[in-house]
Design a protein around this ligand. Structure first.
Ligand SMILES: Cc1cc2nc3c(=O)[nH]c(=O)nc-3n(C[C@H](O)[C@H](O)[C@H](O)COP(=O)(O)O)c2cc1C
Length: 96
């Protein structure tokens, strides 16, 4: 869902030598986050774009979607547009 960005940095080497809780970030969606945790490649996953597009992301992760798709055109646009106008799940079904 969110495209991966190529990186020369060896994050798994960092994971191996860092003794604290390891929070990974960058290009994760629900499935890849679950796989990373299950594979012990990270202790936690942080979401950026997916959270911008989904104000109720924790509930959507619990439900396995649906997920709003981020709109890159409104990133860094300088106003509220693109930050407060993605639809939330309806309250009645979110409480179910
Ligand atoms: C519009 C936008 C604003 C962001 N603002 C911040 C910020 O203020 N501080 C920060 O540490 N990272 C910021 N980030 C980076 C995200 O926290 C995250 O590292 C990046 O989007 C990669 O994660 P993702 O693939 O889950 O989106 C921003 C990213 C986007 C797209």
């Amino acid at each position: 869902m969110v495209e991966d960005r190529a990186s020369e940095f060896d994050f798994q080497r960092l994971r191996q030598i860092f003794n604290g809780a390891y929070i990974a970030n960058g290009g994760y969606d629900r499935d890849s986050a679950v796989a990373a945790i299950a594979g012990e490649r990270a202790d936690f996953i942080a979401f950026g774009r997916l959270f911008i597009a989904n104000p109720d992301l924790p509930e959507r992760l619990r439900r396995n979607g649906p997920f709003n798709v981020p709109r890159p055109a409104s990133f860094y646009a300088g106003g509220a547009q693109g930050y407060d106008d993605y639809p939330a799940l309806d309250t009645a079904s979110a409480a179910a």
